[in-house]
Design a protein around this ligand. Structure first.
Ligand code: CDP
Ligand code: MG
Length: 641
């Protein structure tokens, strides 16, 4: 690549590639901070997307059918363009709103920001978004609203027929996330009552036929109207323009996929022509570890890594950092985005030519016997592997490096993933966040709502500690400075206090191995929770030094997660009161090796064992106070001394 085009400033250079597709070179170093492209080029950019050719067809189908199913490759323009087409065609007239759902929060923010930018409006006005704890819409003004499917489900509680929406686009339906599936079921019911409502179901790959069968609605004779839309769903497939992707497998199974990822990235950088790299790992821990290792290796091997811009991408990443991911790679540099599954279909990154696929992702599994829901690192399906590889062929022919053997891919990888609904506990979807809510409500009575809201905010981020290899010893020492004998929740309060006292300083965080970005998120979430609590009439009070009431409030919410130590085993084994499951305190907890007799955990992670993350010690008598019905049946187990 020798020439670059900065859209809106000079003439674009268009190169016809041998497959007949058109290759657009990415823009050079980042443009003005206000906008990535001049206004004149916006229309052109929009018209180049594959979905543009189908604009009229889409509008026609939506007009005439209650449900339209749209299948099109990632990056074809479904999410960013279709809501705009609908708005242009008048579906947002008269105060009506066009909704577009996404399974993930980060995708909601990123896509809304992009659409606002394309329309040249301020985010939160004509184009807005709503995710948990954050509502950036302006009722009466917002015409296009992006939201998580979970948030739309919640809106249904106040407005069961979702009357303010004219069209609801359920995006990424192929992911079959639990909220998406429940949403689809409920929307089908709403459709019977609201013939004016239009549904669009869109995704990268979908079993369009079964989805269509599901949405065949037979209108009851009474309700039949001559003029209404057709009940038979329409299916439209948008032709992609993906380039060929060369697949490489490893010859032998890899021992440590993080190490292997790092060496693969470095050798691509060393040997392959320019082009950005997208790496698929499983979660924030993995990603942070890989980034750290990448920096270390690059330095120690003396390899020239100066051209590398290494960026993480996972849900919960602060907005400011998302910007970097989507901005064009400066000339002479190579971007390496280390991502979770979120980059598989939800987000399109321009300029990716190389993909490194670890073969794993974090997936939710529910064990109905133990009643424990786990996020576990599990092998991906062939369908996912193909999607991941496809990310390399967006701008020109690319390469995908799979960190598993071809034999494994062919013989062992499952063809499709299992829908989340078949592997989760439905409770949290049916009753939205009951445990945290109960904890906050109780804190109002106990007079410690300020503390509990802080705890709730901290528990909503993945971790407030910096993670990564190599720092473990120093970090453990740093943690000791905050450690509270009551457990992790109280330790969090100490960290939060320290952070406030430092004046929310990033240096302070750095010194104490606290993740500054996570703390900023905590402050934001805490503010949201505080507002919600105030609206609900919760008395905002602080209990100052009395941590017993804080522990009681946690118990009131999370009583179902109580565990008792099996003293005779001497190895830190606990049993859950509810299901007598074997569980252990996670090494990252301040109560690891302390092993109080009775504890409550916040969540479970399973690796070789079931580990409890974030635990607090309690007095068993509080359990009966907190949940008399629940603990009556368990009396022998629980409070019978
Ligand atoms: O939904 P789908 O995968 O079909 O595509 P999209 O998300 O609408 O993306 C269409 C185009 O918009 C892509 O080619 C991206 O380059 C661009 N886009 C972007 O630059 N920044 C975003 N935050 C989202 C999309
Ligand atoms: Mg999309």
């Amino acid at each position: 690549m020798s020439q670059f085009w900065k859209p809106g400033t000079e003439k674009p250079r268009i190169v016809d590639d041998e497959e007949g597709g058109i290759l657009f070179l990415s823009a050079s170093a980042s443009s003005s901070s206000s906008s990535r492209f001049g206004y004149a080029s916006v229309e052109k950019q929009r018209q180049r997307l594959p979905v543009y050719k189908y604009r009229t067809s889409i509008l026609y189908l939506v007009e005439t059918h209650a449900t339209t199913i749209i299948v099109g490759e990632t990056g074809s323009g479904k999410t960013t363009q279709i809501p705009q087409y609908l708005k242009e065609a008048g579906w947002a007239d008269g105060g009506r709103v066009i909704a577009c759902t996404q399974p993930r929060r980060l995708a909601v923010q990123a896509v809304a920001a992009r659409v606002a930018e394309e329309m040249g409006v301020k985010l939160g006005e004509e184009v807005g978004y709503t995710i948990r704890f954050e509502d950036l819409t302006n009722p009466g003004t917002t015409m296009i609203k992006f939201l998580t499917d979970g948030v739309l489900l919640r809106e249904m509680m106040d407005d069961p027929l979702l009357t303010k929406y004219s069209v609801i686009m359920v995006d990424e339906a192929h992911e079959r996330s639990i909220s998406t599936d429940i949403l689809l079921g409920l929307l089908k019911k709403i459709q019977r009552r609201r013939p004016d409502l239009r549904l669009i179901i869109s995704s990268a790959t979908i079993e369009a036929k079964s989805m269509s069968t599901f949405f065949q609605i037979r209108r009851r004779a009474l309700e039949a109207e001559e003029s209404g839309p057709r009940m038979e769903p329409a299916i439209l497939s948008v032709e992609g323009r993906g380039f060929n992707v060369q697949i490489h497998f490893v010859e032998e199974p890899v021992q440590d996929y993080i190490r292997h990822t790092v060496s693969t990235v470095l050798s691509i950088h060393d040997q392959e022509p320019m082009g950005d790299i997208l790496v698929f790992l499983t979660g924030q821990d993995d990603i942070d570890a890989a980034i750290q290792l990448l920096n270390e290796e690059a330095q120690s091997n003396g390899k020239n890594s100066s051209g590398l811009i290494i960026l993480p991408l996972y849900s919960g990443l602060p907005r400011a950092e998302q910007e970097l991911i989507f901005s064009p790679t400066p000339r002479g540099k190579r971007k390496v985005v280390i991502a979770t599954n979120i980059a598989e279909t939800s987000l399109t990154l321009e300029g990716i030519v190389y993909v490194v696929d670890s073969g794993f992702s974090k997936q939710r599994f529910y064990n109905p016997i133990s009643d424990i829901e786990n996020l576990v690192v599990a092998p991906i399906s062939k369908a996912s592997a193909r999607q991941r590889a496809g990310r390399a062929g967006r701008v020109r022919p690319g390469k995908c490096y799979r960190l598993y053997t071809e034999e494994y891919f062919v013989n062992e990888m499952s063809a499709e993933g299992v829908p989340e609904m078949q592997r989760s506990n439905l409770v949290s979807c049916v009753i939205q966040e009951p445990m945290v809510s109960k904890m906050i409500l109780s804190s109002s009575e106990l007079g410690c709502s300020e503390e509990i809201i802080t705890i709730a905010a901290i528990l909503s981020v993945q971790s407030i500690w910096v993670s990564g290899r190599g720092v473990k010893k120093d970090m453990d020492e740093a943690k000791l400075r905050f450690a509270a004998s009551e457990g992790d929740h109280v330790t969090f309060l100490n960290v939060y206090k320290g952070f406030l006292q430092s004046g929310k300083s990033s240096q302070w965080c750095h010194k104490n191995y606290v993740n500054y970005q996570a703390m900023k998120k905590v402050i934001e979430t805490r503010e949201q929770l505080r507002r919600i609590a105030q609206r609900l009439g919760i008395v905002l009070k602080s209990s100052e030094r009395d941590m017993q009431v804080v522990r009681k409030a946690v118990t009131a919410g999370f009583f179902a997660n109580a565990c008792r130590i099996e003293a005779f085993t001497h190895n830190g084994m606990y049993k859950t009161v509810r299901g007598s499951q074997e569980v252990y305190i996670h090494p990252s907890s301040v109560l690891f090796r302390v092993n109080p007799k009775w504890i409550i955990y916040h969540s479970i992670v399973s690796t070789d064992r079931q580990y409890m993350r974030n635990v607090i010690s309690i007095d068993p008598s509080w359990l009966r106070e907190a949940a008399p019905h629940f603990y009556q049946n368990h009396r022998h187990n629980a409070t019978g001394h």
